[in-house]
Write a protein that binds this ligand. Structure first.
Ligand SMILES: *Cc1c(COP(=O)(O)O)cnc(C)c1O
Length: 411
């Protein structure tokens, strides 16, 4: 359920007509709904009854206004870079609710995380562990760590967003991880507190989550037998959303399945949902520039693959809806202005019959939409707007041409 609905054929975001926002901020722009974000966050977080922390996966949508909203709802953050740590802190997220994932943390990023006193760093290799020990020693602090283990479970999702198979670059193979823990135990500035894993994104079935949690649970028991105490189990993110006809698990079913396995383990559960919170809480609004009939019908819009990479990158489907609903649909490709044939928002699907100047809503664009956008073709990044009831706020301004070359120098 989301708050992008039609009233008399006019698309609203909560109580605001989307066309009114377009008239004020211009197109294209990303639009988020506070009520939907809040609802999704609370539905997810509230589904768990055991001790847990919901650490929103910042990379899914990293605007500080959203991070601030989640922090006010009691959430933390899962970060994957120093830049995301900076955002999370600026947004007011409690550092004791920040977990740091990623295969390639630099020494500077480790230092920043340790100085910020975050909850834990999820270490993914032996060299990273040794580096973290050195950085922590130089600062005279102890680094709280978990290892990200790779449980070799198939999440049955797109290859680019599968992360928990043995062939993926992520984590330490679970069968080798005991050695990492034993090595870490000998390190003076490392404090072991958890085990983590994240097997992929856009999962539509709970069984891979359960399978990996079972493996993690057995592993926690082995660690305890070896005298290593574990207080946190971090299960990552990955719950899918409905883009078209997927049937992802409801938060209640997901939580119940996990809690059944967690029972008796006496650990705080850490969850890192991204897409499931923001995916259907955001849309991309774009304007039709031209239509033309070539070998097929093309609708050329003012948003491109630099603004929304998912269709080009993953061949992902995003429903295209009219901002003012007419009647007919037709088979057409909705394409952007970028000089690439891979620049499309929708291909080979029925879309609203459009005329020059019409507004279109690219649905389910809240996750990995703006956060993956770029300046390719020297296109200023688009604004982000947040609706709250009857009002809306520009939470990121449209980039300017001057902004495009800020930092560039002719020697
Ligand atoms: C991307 C990512 C997430 C979020 O994944 P979603 O599918 O958006 O829920 C969580 N944890 C880690 C480590 C990630 O890399």
């Amino acid at each position: 359920m989301n708050h992008f609905q039609y009233k008399n054929d006019v698309l609203f975001c909560e109580e605001v007509p989307v066309a009114d926002i377009a008239a004020t901020v211009g197109t294209p722009f990303y639009l988020y709904s506070t009520a939907t974000l809040t609802r999704h966050f609370l539905a997810f977080d509230g589904a768990f009854t055991l001790p847990h922390i919901t650490c929103f996966a910042t990379k899914a949508c990293s605007n500080i206004a959203l991070l601030n909203l989640f922090s006010r709802l009691g959430g933390g953050a899962d970060i994957v870079s120093g830049g995301e740590l900076f955002r999370a802190l600026k947004a007011g997220i409690d550092p004791r609710k920040i977990v740091y994932s990623g295969v390639g943390k630099s020494e500077d990023e480790m230092r920043f995380a340790l100085e910020s006193n975050i909850l834990m760093l999820n270490v993914e290799s032996h060299q990273e562990l040794e580096t973290l020990q050195q950085v922590a020693a130089a600062l005279g602090v102890t680094a709280p760590v978990s290892f990200r283990v790779n449980p070799d479970v198939d999440p049955k999702t797109h290859a680019y967003i599968s992360t928990g198979l043995a062939k993926n670059k992520f984590g330490i193979p679970i069968q080798d991880a005991l050695d990492s823990y034993l090595a870490a135990r000998e390190m003076k500035n490392i404090e072991i507190i958890g085990v983590s894993c994240h097997i992929g994104s856009q999962l539509t079935d709970v069984s891979p989550f359960v399978e990996s949690l079972q493996k993690v649970k057995l592993f926690v028991e082995r660690l305890r037998q070896a005298g290593i105490s574990i207080s946190f189990v971090d299960l990552g993110g990955g719950v899918g959303i409905r883009y078209s006809d997927e049937e992802p698990p409801l938060p209640a079913a997901y939580a119940a399945a996990l809690e059944r396995e967690m029972n008796g383990l006496d650990c705080t559960l850490i969850l890192e949902p991204g897409r499931v919170i923001v995916g259907n809480a955001g849309i991309l609004v774009t304007k039709v520039l031209y239509t033309k009939q070539g070998g097929k019908k093309f609708v050329i819009v003012d948003a491109g693959m630099n603004d929304l990479a998912r269709p080009s990158l993953y061949d992902a489907h995003h429903a295209i809806r009219p901002v003012i609903r007419g009647n007919d649909e037709e088979l057409a490709d909705v394409v952007g202005p970028i000089c690439e044939s891979g620049d499309f928002l929708s291909r080979g699907k029925k879309v609203p019959v459009c005329r020059r100047g019409d507004l279109l809503a690219v649905m389910s664009a809240g996750a990995y939409g703006f956060s993956m956008s770029s300046n390719y073709n020297s296109r200023p990044r688009v604004p982000e707007v947040l609706v709250d009831g009857e009002s809306f706020h520009v939470i990121r301004q449209r980039e300017t041409y001057e902004g495009l070359i800020a930092g560039e120098r002719i020697p």
